[in-house]
Design a protein around this ligand. Structure first.
Ligand code: G6P
Ligand code: MG
Length: 218
């Protein structure tokens, strides 16, 4: 048996656009320019690290109190954006793959940097697929540190080398590689070149390929 660990943002749902809009509003307010290209660099990056990067780009220094207040403000804005999310926002063929893994009795875990992961999974009605959920509330070291994936492997009781990680961020692919897991990039092959395999999305992934992953290390 293998363990399948899914990142959330950019793999299961496309929340990058909501993160972008929320950060953009905040950046505008504090007078920092913030582009879509810069938003790319925030994929897989924790909330605090994202704000630090934005402040760095804008060469701004702020007090700890302001930092905490801005993080809260960004998250409230983000929560407003995701409030209306439903299962229509699940990315192509994610449900097909989850269903297939379930019928094959594989272990499934979530490994996400987001502190809103539980809420989002509920909104898109996918919670019941997951044997374990490890999110930003349980990890201290952000990707590319492998903590989130090692923790997930432990919770589903599968050895790291028997785990497969689906990730859309380079930091996440690097974390999976460091954890000695099979890394599968979902997205742009030029960005995710360090992954063992890359697919544009799950609709490009055949069931034969998934069978190969299931049997890979048995
Ligand atoms: C994911 C996203 C990042 C986001 C991070 C924290 O990794 O790709 O863009 O900053 O989660 O999300 P949160 O919901 O806790 O602010
Ligand atoms: Mg992601």
């Amino acid at each position: 048996m293998s363990g399948f660990i899914f990142d959330l943002d950019g793999v299961i749902v496309d929340t990058a656009k909501y993160h972008y809009q929320a950060w953009k509003q905040l950046a505008d307010k504090i007078g920092i320019e913030f582009s879509l290209e810069q938003n790319e660099q925030l994929k897989g990056v924790s909330r605090a690290d994202s704000l630090n990067k934005i402040l760095e780009w804008g060469q701004k220094t702020i007090s700890n109190e302001t930092f905490t207040a801005l993080m809260k403000e960004k998250n409230e804005q983000y929560l407003d954006f995701i409030a209306t999310m439903d299962d229509n926002e699940i990315l192509p063929d994610v449900s097909k793959v989850l269903n297939y893994l379930k019928t094959k009795k594989q272990k499934i875990a979530l490994g996400s940097a987001s502190k809103n992961a539980v809420q989002i999974l509920e909104k898109v009605k996918l919670t019941h697929y997951f044997d374990a959920i490890v999110d930003g509330n349980q990890v201290t070291n952000a990707k590319p540190n492998p903590e989130v994936f090692l923790n997930a492997a432990k919770q589903i009781n599968v050895q790291p080398e028997h785990c497969i990680v689906f990730e859309d961020s380079l930091a996440g692919i690097q974390a999976a590689n460091i954890a000695n897991m099979v890394s599968i990039g979902i997205g742009d092959a030029s960005i995710l070149a360090e992954a063992d395999y890359v697919f544009k999305d799950f609709s490009e992934m055949s069931l034969e390929f998934i069978d190969k992953l299931i049997n890979l290390k048995n």
